[in-house]
Ligand binder design. Structure first.
Ligand code: ZN
Length: 272
């Protein structure tokens, strides 16, 4: 599933072709993906201009004229493809937006988990999301207050979109390794220095991943380069770049979890 850096990359790549274009028609091939209803999405799009393409957590947001918004979650296999005039639709096209320049934007989604939600107030629709990790308002002090109130282990807590928006399995494992913290460490048990270290590494890993257009580990998302810089994710049995120990894989909260047993001991201190 795309995480914050991949969704940010998709937003940036769609912006030049989409902003300023008027939507002439919406073709709904899989109405169940449209919220609150197919009729609402179609009526809300047709005739309106796309005035912005943004992101909140792992959600893409298309801002439309007259105050409408589409909130799109790609889930497991959603991706976008441009169709030139007269061109073929992608095989699993679920929703298509015909634009006034003759091009069509297709949302292709083999597994059908993706959603397209119409909203006139995306902040309200997404009000359950935690803070944005790259927002200036997300300070180490705020993060420390958030962590101090929670006894949950760091890994599942950082995956929880209600706690912090945008992180998924890859970037949680990478942030915890860089911070020298074991994934099962109770959130409220880490020191102020460790909070600062973890905060800094979450922001640095996300920024590095955005600079590298995200991580490509399968055919759904081919454009990224961050996989070359991952230190633990998917690297079981390979040596840790920091200490040379063998990377281990655990299952934490039903998720594959990669860590270095030396850099991330159970009672953690950051690597030197
Ligand atoms: Zn190590």
């Amino acid at each position: 599933m795309p995480e914050l850096p991949e969704v940010e990359t998709i937003a940036r790549s769609l912006r030049p072709g989409l902003v300023g274009r008027r939507i002439q028609r919406v073709l709904a091939r899989w109405p169940r993906s449209l919220r609150p209803s197919m009729a609402t999405v179609i009526a809300g799009c047709e005739g309106r201009e796309v005035v912005g393409v943004g992101r909140r957590g792992k959600h893409l947001i298309f801002a439309l004229s007259q105050g409408g918004h589409l909130i799109i979650h790609l889930r497991m296999s959603g991706r976008f493809e441009w169709v030139e005039p007269g061109g073929d639709e992608p095989r699993h096209a679920r929703t298509l937006w015909r634009l006034d320049d003759g091009r069509t934007l297709a949302m292709d989604d083999a597994r059908k988990f993706g959603t397209v939600t119409w909203s006139d107030d995306p902040a309200a629709t997404l009000s359950q999301l935690g803070p944005e990790p790259l927002d200036p308002a997300f300070t180490p002090a705020r993060f420390g207050t958030m962590l101090a109130a929670r006894r949950r282990a760091l890994k599942p807590l950082l995956l929880d979109q209600h706690f912090l928006a945008g992180l998924g399995n890859i970037y949680v494992d990478e942030s915890l390794h860089r911070a020298g913290l074991h994934p099962l460490t109770p959130a409220c048990s880490i020191s102020d220095a460790q909070v600062h270290t973890l905060h800094g590494h979450i922001q640095a890993v996300l920024a590095q991943a955005i600079d590298n257009c995200g991580t490509s580990i399968d055919w759904i998302y081919p454009q990224g380069r961050m996989q070359s810089y991952l230190r633990v994710y998917g690297r079981a049995g390979q040596p840790c770049d920091h200490c040379g120990a063998s990377i281990e894989r655990l299952v934490v909260a039903q998720r594959g979890t990669w860590l270095c047993p030396t850099c991330q001991p159970c009672s953690s201190t950051p690597p030197g």
